[in-house]
Ligand binder design. Structure first.
Ligand SMILES: [Zn+2]
Length: 350
């Protein structure tokens, strides 16, 4: 089969890889219908991590080809959405709702890599969720979004305790930040402030439910957010970047007693104790337990109550993965959907 391998930073190739097979009775093999490039894939692409022949991709929807003897909840022919961490969904961590740190957890990136034609999914029952039937083509981008960016934005909003009548600041205008805006809207937030300087992303944020845009950053950004919240700061902040600047922006934008949900993959973030102490904010975040939210998110998408698929602004053939990485690296694209050449999907064009 064809699949993406990152040889070293900036060097993305689509190459022949061995066809996956059932190795354990809890495995499924799925045919990937759509995958995509994640903002987090840009960290190794830009050299912040050290990729070495890394199998790329962790967002996926597909059709089950084959299952092991112990798989009960999905069957060949089912259309499935999976999360970016393999989970058994039965251990104490999973049952508490933190499937992304399952005791049997495996990150799909690196070990599996779903920017490919097929993938072996261990712990299929605990990882995959079948849709109620075969989806219409136009639902596929939204279902794919549920696999990571929507699930991650949703977790960030949940961790930030977004709720009816509350004010929310979203730091980060990548796909996850935009999905955080959508989640905040769906959870009933009254004021949703998207922090972005890019006009196209401002427009998308408004489409997803942002009520205010703040272009300023740092102290000026904090001052703007205070202006919009009676001088207090927001009830909830969603941090969707992972840098020192964005994390401090989130903490400083939040009122005492408020909540920060942080989901940007942390890179060299160091929190100053004094500010944490007097800030009096709740911090909760990490790799999103997307599996917790998947059944509900699939239902919302299936019933066409939300349309997160709009976050994909380009679609490319899997064979053009290198161009997809480049378009996202240069921020020409918010998020690129990749499809194996053999499949023809009508992805909505913006
Ligand atoms: Zn578990």
């Amino acid at each position: 089969m064809r699949g993406v391998i990152m040889h070293e930073p900036g060097d993305v190739r689509v190459e022949e890889r061995p066809d996956p097979t059932i190795e354990a009775p809890t495995d499924a093999v799925i045919r990937i219908v759509a995958a995509c490039v994640c903002g987090s894939d840009l960290w190794p692409y830009r050299g912040a991590d050290a990729p070495d022949q890394q199998l790329m991709g962790h967002e996926y929807v597909g059709i089950v080809e084959e299952v092991g003897d112990e798989v009960r909840t999905v069957a060949p022919g089912d259309f499935v959405v999976g999360s970016f961490v393999i989970s058994d969904n039965t251990c104490p961590i999973c049952t508490a709702g933190y499937q992304s740190r399952c005791v049997n957890g495996i990150f799909v990136d690196g070990g599996i890599g779903t920017q490919a034609e097929f993938a072996r999914i261990p712990h299929a029952d605990g990882t995959l969720v079948a849709t109620p039937g075969q989806p219409d083509d136009d639902l596929i981008p939204s279902l794919l979004a549920a696999s990571d960016v929507l699930g991650t934005g949703w977790f960030a909003a949940d961790a930030a305790e977004v709720g009816p009548g509350k004010s929310v600041a979203v730091i980060g205008d990548g796909a996850v930040g935009l999905m955080g805006v959508l989640a905040a809207k769906q959870m009933g937030a009254e004021t949703i402030i998207a922090m972005t300087r890019h006009v196209d992303r401002q427009n998308l944020a408004r489409e997803f439910g942002a009520t205010h845009i703040v272009e300023e950053r740092g102290d000026e950004g904090v001052a703007k957010i205070r202006e919009l919240t009676d001088g207090l700061g927001v009830h909830s902040a969603i941090e969707a970047v992972g840098s020192q600047e964005s994390m401090m922006q989130a903490i400083r934008s939040t009122r005492p007693g408020g909540h920060v949900g942080y989901v940007g993959v942390s890179h060299d973030v160091e929190l100053p104790g004094g500010e944490l102490f007097f800030g009096l904010v709740h911090l909760h975040g990490g790799p999103a337990p997307v599996r917790r939210f998947l059944p509900d998110l699939i239902e919302l998408i299936w019933n066409r109550e939300i349309d997160p698929g709009k976050v994909f602004d380009q679609t490319m053939s899997l064979d053009d993965a290198a161009a997809a990485y480049s378009a996202m690296d240069s921020r020409e694209a918010v998020k690129v959907l990749l499809r194996p050449r053999s499949l023809h999907l009508s992805v909505q064009e913006r």
